[in-house]
Design a protein around this ligand. Structure first.
Ligand code: ADE
Ligand code: ZN
Length: 355
């Protein structure tokens, strides 16, 4: 509960005040799976228009099914949900809806994931998926002023040959893709399994990221750095178990794309007050806040900032640091980063003057 205090002639709570501050704070989102932004209402709409049957009768039934014990529990339902996506228009509409929500949350730049194999394995051509998502990103820049790039993830529960086939399918699109990532079931599928395909992606000039340390041990984070040569670690929570690894992440300024509500829903943490985000900041790590799969985990990026600010008692300075980290860790040129960082400074000056 926030303190009650007067504000503009009306009473407002301190937590509401934080909510406004967070919403207006310019930020980037670096860890968002487009398929994970499929809201139950959209699932019904896409199912209806594509005549796909789904095992739910109501939106409430869908939401009730979103109770997970671990990552695999979630992935089972997430891949099933993606089955309603069939046409280029579906992929376009899905991403446009996400970009509208992101813009409303103060997001100025996104680097979003998609899972081509989830679609190509059920007969949807790579081009249908990529054309839909790329058109949405173009539209998002024009309509909402949100810049963005696409990161193609390899599903780590599949083998490396399948990842190579995906890289081949992406060949005509490589100049429009920002990079490659690695996602899906982490335990038992270490980064080293994808050493050759990441090397091939690197040769093609793509940026490299990988999920590591969400459920997997610190060694998976090390492998992502040493064997895959990633430029960001997605999640990275379990890196904190290893002091030498923490020192290395701090010294190299490695960005961690942390996802608080995802960690709560997938039981990576038992409760948000136990979330390591503040500890990461205190350790000097470049942590960022992201929403991962917001339709499944109960909140888009601003809600992740709010929830973790409330649970960990984050100050405005710490929230601003998280937003700065999001631009510092983005695959943007230095001049563009500087422009975004200046927008944060201007915002802080404006909000300090107003309060
Ligand atoms: N795919 C979508 N969300 C994911 C997550 N949090 N971890 C691994 N793979 C994912
Ligand atoms: Zn993720």
């Amino acid at each position: 509960m926030g303190l009650r205090m007067p504000f503009g002639g009306e009473e407002m709570t301190a937590t509401d005040d934080h909510a406004d501050f967070i919403r207006g704070l310019p930020k980037a989102e670096l860890h968002l799976h487009l398929e994970g932004s499929l809201e139950p209402e959209q699932m019904f709409e896409f199912a209806r228009r594509n005549r796909v049957s789904i095992p739910f009768r109501t939106v409430e039934e869908v939401r009730a099914a979103y109770s997970f014990s671990n990552l695999q529990d979630f992935l089972d339902i997430y891949y099933e949900g993606a089955n309603v996506l069939r046409t280029e228009g579906d992929f376009h509409d899905l991403a446009c809806a996400y970009l509208a929500r992101a813009a409303a949350d103060g997001v100025r730049h996104v680097e979003v994931f998609f899972d081509p194999q989830t679609h190509t394995d059920r007969g949807i051509p790579f081009s249908v998926v990529a054309d839909g998502f790329l058109a949405a990103l173009d539209e998002g820049a024009k309509r909402f002023g949100v810049s963005g790039g696409l990161i193609m993830c390899f599903l780590r529960h599949l083998d490396e040959d399948a990842a190579f086939a995906t890289l081949d399918a992406a060949e005509p699109y490589l100049d429009r893709l920002l990079g490659v990532g690695l996602d899906s079931s982490e335990l038992g599928h270490p980064p080293s399994k994808f050493a050759r395909v990441f090397a091939a992606a690197r040769e093609r000039g793509l940026h490299l990221v990988a999920h590591a340390g969400e459920e997997g041990p610190p060694d998976y984070v090390r492998e992502a750095l040493d064997i895959l040569h990633v430029e960001r670690i997605d999640h990275g929570n379990r890196a904190l178990e290893d002091g030498a690894l923490v020192a290395r992440l701090r010294e190299t300024g490695m960005t961690l794309t942390v996802c608080p509500l995802s960690n709560l829903k997938l039981r990576v943490v038992d409760e948000l007050i136990a979330h390591p985000l503040k500890r990461m900041l205190d350790l000097g790590l470049r942590a960022t806040v992201n929403s991962d799969d917001p339709a499944y985990f109960g909140g888009y990026v601003a809600e992740n900032y709010r929830a973790v600010a409330r649970a960990l008692g984050l100050s405005r300075d710490e929230l601003a640091q998280l937003a700065r980290n999001s631009f510092a860790g983005a695959f943007l040129d230095e001049a563009t980063k500087a422009r975004h960082l200046a927008a944060i400074d201007a915002y802080l000056e404006g909000t300090a003057a107003a309060s």
